[in-house]
Design a protein around this ligand. Structure first.
Ligand code: NAD
Ligand code: MG
Length: 391
């Protein structure tokens, strides 16, 4: 029986994970569930899964959660705040940590799990983008295991050689991308798209931040950085390819020009099930792939004019630095867009401007990473205020 800590239980990845827990009660039990603002959803999950620990955002939420659970006869211990997230991530009572918090808020608990030698199922790509070498070093030192849940990276992991050095004979990685909801929308209308339009992803049902990142293709830029660290691959050997059907989840090219791909319907339960059970395979509940019905799979190169965020992210990757600034400015800009304070096209402008104005971390340690993150957020916030939404 594997005992899980689920960071970000109320989110899209969190719920897909809990669906798999429900399908395999003989394999998985829930040690801890955490959530941020959606307290009613967390209460519902605690009533259904009865974790040993539940972590809410703050003291007020924790008091409400505690009262409600006791009322229903559920004895879960209730905690709150960032340090409690780290505690459930490093606890000796759990074997696997699902890192499914969105954004930089997931960095410290993911790092805590890495330092404690856990098997980590990584969805929270922002944590790895921010702390790349540091997180990989912590994993290697403690004997932790980092299994990618992001569908592209999970696909690559499945296509890489399972024995010997991972890079042996591997010449390129190709990350596929759906292209998001604005792949064919006239360029001169992009400034006017609404948050709901940006979040209406054609293939994946996801949280709002990653949905906007998919619409700008910043998501793919973050994923190139993620792949660079996960697979220790030079960035010039990582390609991005648009594939609107989202059936081929990514590919690995070998020296002999064999190309291995992983296919499946776009449903996060496949990569999560793979990472949960690895190296075994379990039923995921995902609808079987029917290629005859899909008929055609198409591919095209991404257009840097349509997707300036991807272009900017790839420039950051090539420069080998500033991923912390890129990520922080993007989080601020996406939040502002979702709140109606910034145009869709303003996201790339804010990220670009923040990258011109600051850099770091220097020295390369956790404190400096967090300081760079704060500095970049301040700059990006000031840029958002200075950027008119009516432009
Ligand atoms: P979501 O918005 O649906 O859920 C986010 C979760 O994180 C929620 O449980 C929320 O309560 C929690 N959270 C948010 N802010 C927090 C904070 N400050 N402190 C503590 N907890 C906080 O997001 P999602 O779509 O499930 O994505 C989660 C992560 O997985 C992201 O990093 C995303 O890029 C990655 N990911 C998601 C998908 C997907 O299909 N949804 C696919 C690949 C990767
Ligand atoms: Mg992905």
């Amino acid at each position: 029986m594997q005992r899980l800590t689920l960071l970000g239980a109320t989110g899209s990845v969190g719920r897909s994970t809990l669906d798999l827990v429900t399908r395999h009660p003989d394999r998985f039990s829930v040690y801890a569930l955490t959530a941020h603002r959606n307290l009613d959803a967390l209460i519902g999950l605690c009533l259904a899964f009865r974790p040993e620990v539940a972590v809410a955002a703050d003291a007020q939420d924790a008091a409400r959660l505690h009262a409600r659970l006791r009322q229903e006869g559920v004895r879960s211990e209730v905690a709150h705040g960032p340090e409690a997230l780290c505690e459930v991530a490093r606890s000796s009572a759990c074997d696997r940590v699902i890192a499914a918090i969105v954004g930089a808020a997931g960095l410290l608990p993911t790092m805590a799990a890495a330092r404690a030698g856990k098997r980590i199922l990584l969805a929270n790509k922002e944590a790895l983008v921010m702390s790349g070498a540091l997180l990989m070093h912590a994993v290697a030192e403690s004997g932790a295991m980092l299994l990618p849940v992001d569908s592209e990276h999970n696909a690559i992991f499945q296509c890489l050689p399972q024995q010997g050095t991972a890079r042996n004979g591997v010449s390129r990685l190709t990350l596929t991308a759906s292209g998001g909801p604005f792949l064919t929308r006239p360029l001169d209308t992009l400034h006017a798209v609404t948050p709901d339009e940006a979040c209406a992803h054609p293939k994946w049902k996801m949280g709002r931040k990653i949905s906007v990142d998919s619409a700008t293709m910043m998501n793919k830029g973050l994923e190139v950085i993620e792949a660079r660290w996960l697979f220790d691959m030079p960035d010039e050997c990582i390609d991005v390819l648009i594939h609107p059907q989202s059936v081929v989840h990514s590919m690995v090219t070998y020296a002999d020009q064999s190309v291995l791909a992983q296919l499946g319907n776009p449903d996060m339960r496949t990569p999560i099930a793979h990472a949960l059970a690895y190296p075994e395979r379990i039923d995921s509940g995902v609808v079987p792939l029917d290629l005859a019905q899909i008929g055609a799979l198409t591919f095209m190169a991404p257009d840097p004019v349509r997707f300036p965020c991807l272009r900017i992210a790839l420039e950051v990757v090539r420069a080998g630095a500033n991923a912390v600034v890129l990520n922080a400015a993007n989080e601020v800009a996406v939040a502002a867009f979702l709140e109606g304070r910034l145009r869709f096209t303003g996201i790339a402008e804010v990220v670009d401007a923040a990258l011109q104005r600051t850099s770091g971390p220097d020295p390369y340690d956790l404190e400096s990473i967090l300081a760079t993150d704060r500095r970049a957020r301040d700059i990006a916030n000031a840029m958002v205020i200075g950027t008119s939404t009516t432009k």
